[in-house]
Design a protein around this ligand. Structure first.
Ligand code: G4P
Ligand code: NA
Ligand code: NA
Length: 194
């Protein structure tokens, strides 16, 4: 998606060979117009898949999920990282290990908002090693629902998340695939052949 790749090129900052900072349009300040377009494009790719629910994780997955859910005519549910005070105990829980923070955290979704008839599109802002994605998949499976695929805003293709997901048969659609962050430069997968 060119609009997204341009924003990454112009506003992204390469913090290391592993980490891309995009807090001016995705992770802190939000470019609403861009995130609406991102959601629309994710919806377009799953338009014929009878999605009933978009599942994401707070906080940065929510913005791009909004127009995706709207355009698919689906409900939007986000997994919580902290259990809410008003949440009853009827929740699906999964453990997610964060490489960046080197800690394991529970993510939870109320049983009220996922059921076995749901056809679920999982959306997230970044795909690195896929820890968050597998936690969300685990929750969908606990509900007996179907994971139709994953929609990712920025995939770091030099990490193994996509490979691990595809190895298990999951469809992954990423709108920007970063091949490398070497030498302070962002190189996209589809620029390699040029
Ligand atoms: P993983 O789930 O894909 O395996 O990744 P990891 O544990 O490393 O990610 C921890 C957090 O960092 C996640 O956000 C993830 O989206 C984000 N992240 C991973 N790689 C990058 C990167 O290169 N740049 C940026 N900006 N973020 C990255 P989170 O902690 O859940 O935060 P948020 O959703 O509240 O923003
Ligand atoms: Na994030
Ligand atoms: Na995230």
């Amino acid at each position: 998606m060119d609009k997204l790749k341009n924003a990454i090129r112009e506003k992204g900052r390469v913090l290391s060979t592993e980490v891309l900072k995009v807090d001016s349009f995705l992770n802190h300040q939000i470019d609403v117009d861009l995130m609406m377009s991102v959601g629309e494009e994710l919806a377009r790719r799953f338009q014929t898949d009878s999605i009933t629910k978009v599942l994401t994780i707070e906080s940065s997955g929510i913005a791009p999920s909004m127009t995706a859910a709207r355009d698919l005519g689906a409900s939007l549910v986000f997994a919580r990282k902290k259990k809410s005070l008003t949440m009853n105990n009827d929740v699906f829980v999964s453990q997610v290990y964060s490489f960046t923070k080197q800690e394991t955290n529970d993510i939870t979704v109320s049983k009220d908002f996922l059921n076995k008839n749901d056809r679920v599109l999982i959306i997230d802002d970044f795909l690195a090693n896929g820890q968050a994605a597998f936690g969300l998949i685990d929750i969908v499976q606990q509900a007996g629902a179907t994971v139709v695929g994953l929609g990712i805003v920025i995939e770091k293709s030099f990490q193994d998340g996509r490979q691990r997901l595809e190895d298990q048969g999951y469809r992954v659609e990423s709108l920007a695939r970063v091949h490398s962050l070497e030498n302070g430069q962002v190189t996209f997968v589809d620029e390699l052949q040029l």
